[in-house]
Design a binder for this molecule. Structure first.
Ligand code: 13P
Length: 249
C-alpha cells in the first residue's frame, strides 16, 4: 500500500511570526486522516517549525539541499544540517530550482544520491513545460527527467522516494492539469518505473500531483487511481484551504 500524502511547499513566503501562526492554525484544524501531511517553510524557520510541531503528526520538510557534505558553498545547506534539526525529508528538483537556479538533471542526480546516502526521504519534482506539452513531447521530457536523475538508483532506494509530477504550465498559474491529464501522466510514470525497475516498486511509490491544486479541484484530482496526493503551493499558505485539501484526500 502506498502512502497518501498532502505536502505544502511554502516557497519563499511567510516570516517567523507568520510561519508560527500558520502552523498553529493548520495543526489545530488538522482532521483525522490516514494521509501523511507535510509542510515546508523556508530554511530560516525550519528549526522552530520542527519544535512547534513536535507533538503533531505533521512532518516538516525542506525545500532544497546541497549535495556536498560540508565546505565552502556559501549560502548552501547540507543534509547533515537538516538531519541535525530533525528534518528527514527534502524536496529536490522543483521546477523553480531548475528554472531560476540552474539545477540540471546532473546536479539533481548528485543531490538525490547525497540525500539517500544520509537515509533521508526525497520528494523528487519534475514535469514538462508548456511548449513540451503543446508539441506532444511531455511524456518524453518526463521520462528523461526521471531517467537522468533516478534510474541509476538501486532498487531498495525507491522506498525513500516520493515523486511529485508538477507540470510547469500549471504552477502558480491557476491552470490545473485536468484530472484525466494528471491520471494519464501518473499512469505513464508508474509504467516507466515498472519497466526500468519492477512492478512492485512502481506500485509502491507515491506519486503526487502539483500545480494549482485548490479546495475546489483537489477531490477530483485525488480520486484518480494513480494520484496519491498533492504538492500544494499557493493554497498551502492559507490554513483553511490547505485543511480543505487534506480533507479531500
Ligand atoms: P501552486 O499550487 O501555487 O501552483 O504551486 C505548486 C507547486 O509548485 C508546489 O511545489
Amino acid at each position: 500500500m502506498r502512502d497518501k500524502i498532502v505536502a505544502g511547499n511554502w516557497k519563499m513566503n511567510k516570516n517567523m511570526e507568520e510561519t508560527e501562526a500558520l502552523l498553529a492554525e493548520v495543526s489545530a484544524k488538522l482532521p483525522d486522516t490516514d494521509a501523511k501531511v507535510m509542510v515546508s517553510p523556508t530554511f530560516v524557520n525550519l528549526a522552530s517549525a520542527v519544535n512547534q510541531l513536535e507533538s503533531s503528526s505533521i512532518e516538516v520538510i525542506a525545500q532544497n539541499m546541497h549535495f556536498a557534505e560540508s565546505g565552502a558553498y556559501t549560502g548552501e545547506i547540507s543534509a547533515d544540517m537538516l538531519l541535525n534539526i530533525g528534518i528527514n525529508t527534502v524536496i529536490l528538483g522543483h521546477s523553480e530550482r531548475r528554472a531560476y537556479f540552474g539545477e540540471t538533471d546532473e546536479i539533481l542526480k548528485k543531490k538525490v544520491k547525497a540525500a539517500l546516502a544520509k537515509k533521508m526521504t526525497v520528494m523528487f519534482c519534475f514535469g514538462e513545460e508548456l511548449n513540451d506539452r503543446k508539441s506532444g513531447n511531455h511524456f518524453k521530457v518526463v521520462e528523461s527527467q526521471l531517467k537522468n536523475a533516478l534510474f541509476g538508483l538501486d532498487a531498495k532506494s525507491w522506498s525513500s522516494i516520493i515523486l511529485a509530477y508538477e507540470p510547469v504550465w500549471a504552477i502558480g498559474t491557476g491552470e490545473t492539469a485536468s484530472p484525466e491529464q494528471a491520471q494519464e501522466m501518473h499512469a505513464f510514470i508508474r509504467k516507466t518505473i515498472a519497466t526500468a525497475f519492477t512492478k512492485n516498486i512502481a506500485d509502491n511509490v507515491s506519486i503526487l500531483y502539483g500545480g494549482s491544486v485548490k479546495p475546489s479541484n483537489a477531490e477530483e484530482i485525488f480520486s484518480k487511481p494513480d494520484v496519491d496526493g498533492g504538492l500544494i503551493g499557493g493554497a498551502a499558505l492559507v490554513a483553511d484551504d490547505f485543511i480543505a485539501i487534506v480533507k479531500a484526500i
